[in-house]
Design a protein around this ligand. Sequence first.
Ligand code: NDP
Ligand code: GDR
Length: 321
Amino acid sequence: MGKTKTALLTGVTGQDGSYLAELLLSKDYEVHGVVRRVAIEDGDVRYTRIKHILKDITLHSGSIESHQSIFAAVNIVKPDEVYHLAAQSFVGESFADEFTTMKVNSEGTHNILSCCRSIVPDCRFYFAGSSEMFGEVLQTPQTEKTPFNPRSIYGISKCVGFHLTKHYRTAYGMHASSGILFNHEGPRRGYEFVTRKISRYAAKIKLGLAKTLPLGNLSAVRDWGHAQDYVEAQWLMLQQDQPDDYVVATGVTHTVYEFCKAAFGLLSLKCEDYITVDERFKRPSDVNFLLGDATKARKVLGWKPKISFEDMVAEMVRNDY
Ligand code: NDP
Ligand code: GDR
């Protein structure tokens, strides 16, 4: 039996890319990924999140900011579905390196949209938009109709990607959709993001490997879901007859401090005994409050999150411990 469909993923080595590749393989897709070349070629180091599925997927060398390399990958694969997940995804870093963030996230999105239009204009395209586009929120909860008001170069770069995706949909008739995804986490989350930092430090402190947990803004509020649930929404968007934009969120909020309390509590520790506030982890302008309304995703896609906040924190702490 031949494979049902062919998918090309950028960002396949990342948190979402790894879960999405697994999901697509389980649906009998032929899965291809774009990876940039790095000096570390030990697969166990380079591909930690996807090493268990490396034999089932095909990797293509490419950098999203290089039109030439993306053109080559799209031209070889001729995908039915493209999931564009590659990004400089760390908001904190976007203050330190504005130009890489803009180039990778905005120009990179333009590159792949343009390649798809030239080679596979009928493919279905997903853009990884973000709740960071809402920034200093102008309405609560945030829906697809809430105006964008970004507070970081990362947020601005994602607004550019969002508008590019919409432009290719309206001007050229492409099946191009954007997910406006709120924070989603899990045991594969990068170490610099606050949830993984907390679960890791809770484990380290319990094991006597660290004494304190240095953090920045403890009162920031986020709508945290599980990445495994969110990649399902990405796939569902490309199964619709019509392309569109969707908020994906849980509708439940917690502060950074509450995340700490939950994580440390699971190891019978009190987080207040270990947290130190370190100015280095505060941002020049932060997003203080995010709460998503995913009614449209629920009604149109039939999507809803399955994994609760408590179960997600428990999985992350168990994994790090
Ligand atoms: P990760 O940071 O875990 O993964 C990012 C991926 O992008 C990695 O595979 C990385 O590859 C790749 N990448 C980065 N720069 C380049 C480049 N120049 N060329 C090619 N590939 C590159 O992110 P997530 O999986 O968490 O997020 C996936 C997408 O969803 C991102 O676009 C992110 O901005 C967006 N998003 C994420 C949310 C979240 O809460 N997780 C919420 C909303 C949006 P490498 O291994 O080489 O570093
Ligand atoms: P975010 O995630 O910026 O929302 O972007 P992150 O986990 O980095 O920060 C969340 C909130 O926690 C506060 N914070 C700290 N953050 C980090 N990283 N480290 C700390 O020590 C710390 N202390 C407090 C932050 O100030 C912030 O308010 C994530 C990324 O996945 C983006 O790619 C994605 O688009 C958005 O989520 C939705």
